[in-house]
Design a protein around this ligand. Structure first.
Ligand SMILES: N[C@@H](CCC(=O)N[C@@H](CS)C(=O)NCC(=O)O)C(=O)O
Length: 219
């Protein structure tokens, strides 16, 4: 019952799965996929047989493959329900899932490497236009996320209470991308406080890029 996670230290969707695996204390084999522009291993024929979208992560388990980070985490949740990554209250559960989906469906795809590359190389947008695209969709998404975590009645250091949930799992890698690119995040103080709390949690620390085996030494 070995889990093999195809991912990269630099892969934010893979980081979501790593956080879930560490929160649940599930051991797994780390299978690095080099997505750097000079290598693009994920576009290889061999990886295409694992993941037809040629995106990472992918999870191999008992000879089967599961793709898509949310589907992977739900699969792990079904097989290892404790500790859960979902709030027990049905409303909080729906809201935490909506938060995660806002990241996964409403934000991340618009910022993906292949999309940004397409805007520049195929549509020939200049750097300024591409940056405008990036910041526009980041700000709309971040505004929605900040609203989702401030409009409810949830206390605690995390998005929806005292325990990290699917919402925190999806927030941290996305927020880190924006931090890395130097976006102004000052309009989202609640998200900043949640990310600080998550970054002090052992599971999130273990899943961080710098703690992965393929993290470049001189990065
Ligand atoms: N919806 C997918 C997204 C996966 C994804 O977009 N992964 C990115 C890295 S974070 C990737 O493989 N990008 C390569 C590319 O854009 O060509 C999931 O949640 O697993």
């Amino acid at each position: 019952m070995t889990y093999r996670l195809h991912n990269s230290y630099a892969n934010s969707a893979g980081r979501r799965v790593r956080i879930a695996l560490h929160l649940k204390g599930i051991p797994f084999e780390y299978v690095p996929v080099d997505i750097s522009p000079s290598t693009e291993e994920h576009l290889d024929e061999a990886y295409g047989k694992i993941n037809p979208m040629r995106l990472i992560p992918s999870l191999e388990h008992d000879g089967n493959i599961v793709i898509e980070s949310l589907a992977i985490i739900d699969y792990l949740e079904d097989l290892h329900p404790t500790p859960t990554v979902y709030p027990s209250d049905p409303l909080a559960k729906a809201q935490a899932k909506a938060f995660a989906m806002t990241v996964a469906a409403g934000m991340h795809p618009l910022h993906n490497m292949r999309v940004i590359k397409y805007l520049g190389q195929e549509l020939e947008l200049d750097q300024k236009a591409v940056a405008k695209w990036y910041i526009t969709w980041a700000d709309k998404g971040l505004f929605a996320l900040e609203t989702l975590v401030t409009s409810g009645e949830f206390d605690g250091p995390y998005c929806f209470g005292a325990q990290p949930s699917i919402a925190d799992i999806f927030l941290v890698p996305q927020y880190a991308n924006y931090q890395m690119l130097g976006l102004d995040l000052s309009a989202y103080p609640r998200l900043a406080a949640i990310v600080d709390a998550c970054n002090a949690h052992p599971a999130f620390i273990k899943a961080a890029p710098e703690n992965q085996p393929d993290f470049p030494e001189e990065s």
